[in-house]
Each structure stands twice: as structure tokens, then as C-alpha cells.
Ligand binder design. Structure first.
Ligand code: BGC
Length: 826
């Protein structure tokens, strides 16, 4: 271990300040004079991507998305997933993993729900703590994100989440608290939004008061990307690192603020000390910091990703059609827009380039065996707006897939090209110079490709840009951001433009040239563009799907969202499945009475046809091994071992945030207070499509009477609740025993019940295992914000004395046993 105090004492203010801002997009600054290396960071929660964005760069293991991990209800598995992503971060030479995401599913529409575990803070916190411990065992720091009340994408860089103190403590801060206190997280990432009017990077009450003084956090606090609100206040608040670099608010600006007496040198020393202490604990000070990025496709990692995907699969309903019996099935129609390639991930910064691209046609075919005839039809399309143009449909002038890039030193695409490359994608992103020999600013480039449409008709092209860009199709400028720069939008961390689009009629089979010209002159901190293109679909897709369904013994319809519908940067506006998917399910179910629906989504969607199909299986954005996992579950090789980590509402209007989402006039009011998720539906006695915690196994279980370690409890002791679980079915399966606490003598308004403990057990037929659950003092507590006008009543966690009912069951609505305990107050 290095002597950090001595090291800090040796540093000049400028050197200390240089540590507080990134060097570039994905690393911190080193101090070569003192042998301090740069430290690399990488996204994120479902895979360690490394320094490349988009479809370039080395491949990574892609594990199921956050809500899928939430659905596993399995801290042990999360620990192993954490270890895997910690290992993956090291393979990318990174020492900081920008994960886990523990914001709460407040609204079912929030764009990043797929990345977050649950609507319940206890479930989120237990899983996060396990993930953090696992990842950090590999010599990386995790950064629990995004602190706090960052539960939607609407106006995400500026919106103020207006949250009362009790909801903040009991719901929104709790997963962070558990990740820090129980998991030992060494990093926390602040959010973009404001909390009750003030940016979180500037809140000393949060970063010092709650995080460090109360929770004992010993790690560093870094900003979300481009999310530093200011220099002075943030430095005083306890922010340590501005990312990415080069620094705008911190770094040289912080050194200047210290020199001018606007920031106490002790605050700068504190930040430097905290950063170096963490790096030292990780062993990162002895690391080169700039190592290679390896793509290692290890069968053991694939197996774990597959285990996680089956462990997450939630069987919502099944009248006996599942698991499919290959021996009794002659033919299966696999239907749906993404049925062949079910979506593995949501959209945004968590996206990685997976080792394996799911192909359900292949994996289901293998699982069913050669005796079963398997056919596929997409049925409909679900493009949201204009999807990114697929590089694989383009050819460079040299015949490669993708676009050819020529880069010029000056801003106006003249003179000799100083750099050329074949880009395997239809987007461009750089901070500073994109390649050796190209200046940091003021360069320009041209990207050229040929496109031969498969189907003729109107193609909708689009362009996003940070800088100036124009798109030419078939020799005609169709979008001109040079002459007519588009307004600012959310693209590229909020530094890019709004999307501009244009329709172009193209003939089937006739090649056209597609050209993007770009100038970095006057660009914001990033240089970027993306081409979109919605291509026409054949008109009879639906009829073809109906026909194959009618001719098959079983129809498996995969419906859901994709990474444009569930994405960072944009919320949804409806629970409805996009496109004509509901109609597709109805028509397939009418054509074939043996219809199974698989839902490939990360957040709630409406299932209006649920009682007209024989089974509904939720498979999430299940990561790179989703295809194999899904096939395993469909044929019964694996039990669908997941349980819903959120309530599936019947109507959007029933959800607790309705009327207060996504917000207006720069604010989103968390008007439901602590009544988030099932707390709300139960308090209001609202019917739901499926309750929180629900999910069926292929086996059946009986949950026996709980045995308590003591008939009474108090805040200072842990109460153990042992619950016997017997497998009464004929196959091995998983049961998730859930314990909800209901205060019977509440002295303040309380949610009817709250999840306070759970355990997943695997049980063989006829066997009984004991699920051991633990309740500590927090199980009974509520946050008391105090009454400032009464001298003696401070804020704090309070345990009201009285009777508390323990409800033990298999979902929030399916309770097998109730036991009352007497709890002593504080
Ligand atoms: C996201 C973070 C992410 C960061 C770096 C931001 O847009 O909100 O979650 O870690 O980008 O990619």
C-alpha cells in the first residue's frame, strides 16, 4: 500500500487538480512525475465494453439487462455476475466499472428501467450489494449510479426531481445505501438531474452528509458524463472526479479556483486523497493504466450468462402447453419481428458488442431436434422513428461492409486526405482527434458507401449530428445541416442535434451512393454523427405469419421492445407493444389454439391478449445467451426461475407516477411519496395484471409454516425466519420465498406491506429445504423526517413499538403464512 498522505503532500496543486478530471473519454489523468498512472473506466451494468462505442471495438460478454437480473431474485448469482464483469473490466484494462444502475422503476415508461433492477428498493439493494462485492473482488471499483432520483429520461440533464425526504430515504436512496454499507462500493456516480432544485454534484448534504458521514462511504464520487454542474460548490460538496476529460469544471479550473481562494485547498486534497486511496486499494497505482483490450470468449462465461438468463425467465401464465414436448410436436411456427434475433440489450451507454449474437431459430431448432419442423415469419416491424442504418447492408467502394472514411485536416473537406479507414458502422464519434495525424479540432471528413435496396419504395433517412453534417443519397443532398443546422437535442450526451429526416424513393435492386460530409468546425465537446434509415417492408407480413401459424402444431410468438424503444435518452409514452404486435398475437392466436407468447422487453408492457393464449413467458433483454436460455426454458431443460421485479399494471393510468410523469416546467413531482410499485397498487386496492414477485415454476411447491428465532424483536437484533419449502411436483425447480412486513400498530402512514427479506431455493421433487430469511432492525423502521419546529424531534430511522405481521409467500399477492411479532421500540 502506498503512503497516500505523503503522495498527496508531494503533489503540486495543479497535479492534484489534474487527478480530478478525466484525461479523455474513458480514463483519468496520471501524474508521470510521481509514477501515478492513468486509470481506465468502462461501462457498465450488463457488460464491460471497453473504450470503443457503438459496434466497433473488441467484443465483451453481455449478461442479461438490469431488470432481468432483478428478476433472478438471486444475490448469489448476482455475486457471480459481478465477478464476471469485474474480470471483464480487467480484460479491458479498466479498474473502474460504471455499474450497477440502481435507480428505481418509478414509472413503467422510464427509458432506462431495463438497466435498473426493480421497483422495490430492498430487492435492488440486496442484488446491488452482491454485484458490487463480486465485481470488486476482481480489483475493480464499482460506481453505483445514478445518485439519486434519476428515474426517467425526460429533460434528463436539467429536470428537478421533487421528492420528499421520507420517500428519498425509504425508496430512492436505500439501494445506494445497501450497495455502500453492505456491498462496500468504492465509487458512486452522481446523476444528471437536479434533486429538489439543486444538482446533486453540488449537494454537500448528500455527498458528505449522507454518503460519507452517515453511511461511512470511503470511495470516490464521479459525475455522470458531462454532468459536472460547477467548480466551487461541487468541490465543497465532495465531488472528486469530473468525467469525461478534458476537464471543464474540475482539473485546471479547480486548480485556478484554489489559487484564487474560491475553493479551500483542503477540499482539493480530500478529492486527490480519496481517488488515490481507492486506486491504491485496487492495486491500480502499480498498473500501466493503458493496457490492451482483450476480447475473451470463455465457455464458462457463456454458461454463466445462460444460467442468468434462465434464472431470470418469468413464466407469467401456463395452462400446461409449456414446456413443449418435442416428441409430441410435429411443427412449430416461430413468429415475431425479433423472433430470430431476440434483443439481448437495451439502448444507450450500457450497450456492448457481444461475443455471441442470439439466434433463436437455431437454438430452438437444436432444442426441439430434427423431428420438429420449424418455420419463421416476422409478422410486422417495430421501428421507432428511424432506426440506425445497418452497416451490413452497405458496401464501401472497395467492396467491404460498412463505409469508407476520408478525413481532412481542415474544416472544408479540401486538400489531401490525412487519414482513411473502413468503418464497420454508420456512425462516427470522437472527442478530439479521431486518428493519428488529424488535428483535435476543425477537421472534416467524408464517409461513402453504396446501398442496393432489397425492397423498393419510400426509404426514410435521418441524420443526427454534433458539428455540421449533410447527407447525400444518390447524388442529391437530402439533409443539409451545413446550410440549415438543426436545433440541439438529446443525442451524444445532450451535445448533439435533434434528428432530421427525409423520405427518398428507391428502386429495388438499383444501387445508390450514400455520402455523409462532416465538419468539426464549431462542434461542441464531441464530434459525431449517425445515419438512420427506415427501409420499406413487404405488405403481406401479417398474412404470412397467420398462414404459418395455422399450419403448425404450436405457434411461439416473440413480441416486445427493442433498444430504440427501451433506451437511455428517451422514455416511452405508452405501455402498448410497438407496431402491430398486439394484432399479430391476436391473429396468430385465432389461427392456432396452441400459442405461446414470449415477451422480449425490459420494462412493463400491456398484454391485452393474455387470456387468449396458452402461456406467457417473459424473457427480458436476456443477454448474449438469451437464445439458448430461451430454448432451454421452452423445452423444459431449465425451470423458468425468475419472478417479476415489478408490478405488471393493468392500465397505465393506475401506475403511481401517473399525472406526475414525465414532468413539466422543469420538474417531476414524486407525488406518490413512498407508495411506489406494489406499495401503491395495494394501498389503493387496484387490480393488476400480475403482482410484484409473481412467476410460475414447471414444478409445484408447498411453503410450510415459518419458524422464528424469537417471538419478539427489536431494532438491535436480527430475527431469523426459517421457512420449509417442499417440492410437490415431479421435476427440480426454483421457488422464491418472499417475506413482506405489515405494521399493525403504525404511528405514521405506512405502505400496507413491504418486502424485507427473500430467498431463492432450488428443490428436487419430494425434497424439503429450509429457506432462511433474516430481518434486521431496518425491517421495522420508517424514516422520520422530524419536525423542525419541535426542538427535540430530529430526523432519523424510527422503529415504532407494536405488532408487525410477517407475510410469507410466493408473490406480494400470494401469501401462504402470516405470523405476528411484537417489536420493541427504540
Ligand atoms: C450514462 C452513464 C454512463 C455514462 C458513460 C451516461 O450517459 O448516464 O450511465 O456510465 O454515460 O457512458
Amino acid at each position: 500500500m502506498a503512503d497516500i498522505d505523503k503522495l498527496v503532500a508531494e503533489m503540486t496543486p495543479e497535479e492534484k487538480a489534474s487527478l480530478t478530471a478525466g484525461r479523455d473519454m474513458w480514463s483519468t489523468n496520471g501524474v508521470p512525475r510521481l509514477g501515478i498512472p492513468p486509470v481506465r473506466v468502462t461501462d457498465g451494468p450488463n457488460g464491460a465494453r471497453g473504450t470503443a462505442m457503438g459496434s466497433a471495438g473488441p467484443r465483451s460478454v453481455c449478461v442479461p439487462c438490469g431488470s432481468a437480473l432483478g428478476a433472478t431474485w438471486d444475490p448469489d448469482l448476482l455475486g457471480r455476475i459481478g465477478e464476471l464483469l469485474g474480470r471483464e473490466a480487467r480484460r479491458k484494462s479498466a479498474r473502474v466499472l460504471l455499474a450497477p444502475t440502481v435507480n428505481i422503476h418509478r414509472s413503467p415508461l422510464a427509458g432506462r428501467n431495463f438497466e435498473c433492477y426493480s421497483e422495490d428498493p430492498h430487492l435492488s439493494g440486496r442484488l446491488a450489494a452482491a454485484f458490487v462485492r463480486g465485481a470488486q473482488s476482481q480489483g475493480v471499483a464499482t460506481t453505483v449510479k445514478h445518485l439519486v432520483a434519476n428515474d426517467a429520461e425526460f429533460e434528463r440533464h436539467t429536470i428537478s426531481s421533487v421528492v420528499d425526504e421520507r420517500a428519498l430515504r425509504e425508496i430512492y436512496l436505500l439501494p445506494f445505501e445497501m450497495a455502500v454499507r453492505d456491498g462496500g462500493a468504492l465509487g458512486v456516480m452522481t446523476s444528471y438531474n437536479r434533486l429538489n432544485g439543486r444538482y446533486n454534484t453540488r449537494r454537500r448534504d448528500l455527498l458528505q452528509g449522507i454518503l460519507r458521514d452517515e453511511w461511512g462511504f470511503e470511495g470516490f464520487v464521479l459525475t455522470d458524463w458531462y454532468g459536472a454542474a460547477d467548480t466551487e460548490e461541487s468541490a465543497r460538496a465532495g465531488l472528486d472526479l469530473e468525467m469525461p476529460g478534458p476537464g471543464r469544471a474540475f482539473g485546471p479550473a479547480l486548480a485556478a479556483a484554489v489559487a484564487a481562494g474560491r475553493v479551500d485547498p483542503a477540499d482539493l486534497d480530500g478529492a486527490a486523497r480519496r481517488l488515490l486511496s481507492v486506486f491504491d486499494r485496487l492495486g491500480a497505482l502499480d498498473d500501466a493504466g493503458d493496457g490492451p483490450e482483450e476480447a475473451i470468449d470463455d465457455p464458462a462465461d457463456r454458461a454463466l450468462a445462460r444460467e442468468a438468463a434462465t434464472g431470470a425467465a418469468v413464466l407469467l401464465a401456463n395452462d400446461g402447453l409449456l414446456p413443449l414436448d418435442p416428441a409430441g410436436t410435429g411443427s412449430v411456427a416461430l413468429i415475431g419481428p425479433h423472433a430470430v434475433r431476440p434483443r439481448a440489450m437495451g439502448g444507450g451507454s450500457s450497450a456492448v458488442r457481444p461475443h455471441h449474437r442470439a439466434n433463436l431459430l437455431e437454438s430452438l431448432g437444436a432444442a426441439l431436434g430434427t423431428g420438429v419442423h420449424l418455420v419463421h415469419e416476422p409478422g410486422c416491424g417495430i421501428d421507432r422513428g428511424v432506426p440506425t442504418l445497418k452497416a451490413e447492408v452497405l458496401r464501401t467502394p472497395g467492396g467491404d461492409a460498412g463505409m469508407e472514411l476520408e478525413v481532412f485536416a481542415g474544416p472544408d473537406l479540401t486538400g489531401p486526405a490525412v487519414h482513411r479507414e473502413v468503418a464497420g458502422e454508420t456512425k462516427f464519434f470522437s472527442i478530439g482527434s479521431p486518428a493519428a495525424g488529424v488535428p483535435d479540432e476543425g477537421f472534416s471528413l467524408r464517409a461513402i458507401a453504396r446501398y442496393r435496396p432489397e425492397h423498393g419504395g419510400p426509404h426514410r433517412f435521418s441524420l443526427l449530428q454534433a458539428g455540421r453534417a449533410r447527407l447525400t443519397v444518390g447524388g442529391r443532398v437530402v439533409i443539409d445541416g451545413f446550410a440549415d443546422p438543426p436545433p440541439r437535442g438529446d443525442a451524444f450526451f445532450g451535445l448533439g442535434s435533434q434528428e432530421v429526416d427525409a423520405a427518398v424513393d428507391l428502386a429495388a435492386g438499383t444501387e445508390v451512393e450514400i455520402v455523409v460530409e462532416y465538419s468539426a468546425e464549431g462542434a461542441p465537446a464531441v464530434h459525431a454523427w449517425t445515419i438512420g434509415c427506415a427501409r420499406p417492408l413487404p405488405a403481406d407480413l401479417m398474412e404470412r405469419a397467420e398462414a404459418v401459424a395455422a399450419a403448425a402444431d404450436v405457434a411461439v410468438v416473440v413480441v416486445g421492445n427493442d433498444d430504440d424503444w427501451e433506451t437511455e435518452g428517451q422514455d416511452r409514452t405508452s405501455l402498448d407493444l410497438p407496431g402491430r404486435q398486439d394484432e399479430l398475437v391476436e391473429r396468430v392466436a385465432a389461427a392456432n389454439p396452441n400459442t405461446v407468447v414470449v415477451v422480449n422487453a425490459g420494462a412493463p408492457v400491456a398484454l391485452p391478449w393474455a387470456d387468449r393464449v396458452r402461456a406467457v413467458l417473459w424473457c427480458w433483454f436476456g443477454g448474449q445467451e438469451l437464445d439458448g436460455a430461451l430454448a432451454d426454458v421452452l423445452v423444459g431443460k431449465s425451470d423458468p426461475a425468475g419472478r417479476l421485479p415489478f408490478t405488471l399494471p393493468l392500465r397505465l393510468e393506475h401506475n403511481p407516477s401517473y399525472g406526475n410523469f414525465p414532468g413539466e416546467n422543469g420538474e417531476v413531482r414524486y407525488g406518490e411519496g413512498v407508495l411506489v410499485g406494489y406499495r401503491w397498487y395495494e394501498a389503493r386496492d387496484l387490480p393488476v395484471a400480475h403482482p410484484f414477485g409473481h412467476g410460475l415454476s414447471y414444478s409445484t411447491f408447498s411453503i410450510g409454516a415459518p419458524r422464528l428465532s424469537s417471538p419478539t424483536a427489536d431494532a438491535g437484533h436480527t430475527l431469523i425466519v426459517d421457512v420449509p419449502v417442499t417440492n410437490t411436483g415431479d421435476r427440480r425447480g426454483a421457488e422464491v420465498v418472499q417475506l413482506y412486513v405489515r405494521p399493525l400498530d403504525a404511528r405514521a402512514f405506512r405502505p400496507p406491506q413491504e418486502l424485507k427479506a427473500f430467498r431463492k431455493v432450488w428443490v428436487d421433487p419430494g425434497q424439503t429445504v429450509t429457506a432462511s430469511l433474516e430481518l434486521d432492525g431496518r425491517a421495522w423502521a420508517r424514516w422520520d423526517p422530524g419536525q423542525p419546529w419541535l426542538a427535540d424531534a430530529g430526523a432519523g430511522w424510527r422503529v415504532d413499538p407494536g405488532r408487525y405481521l410477517l407475510a410469507v409467500g410466493r408473490s406480494s399477492a400470494d401469501i401462504a403464512h402470516e405470523v405476528v411479532v411484537e417489536v420493541a421500540g427504540e
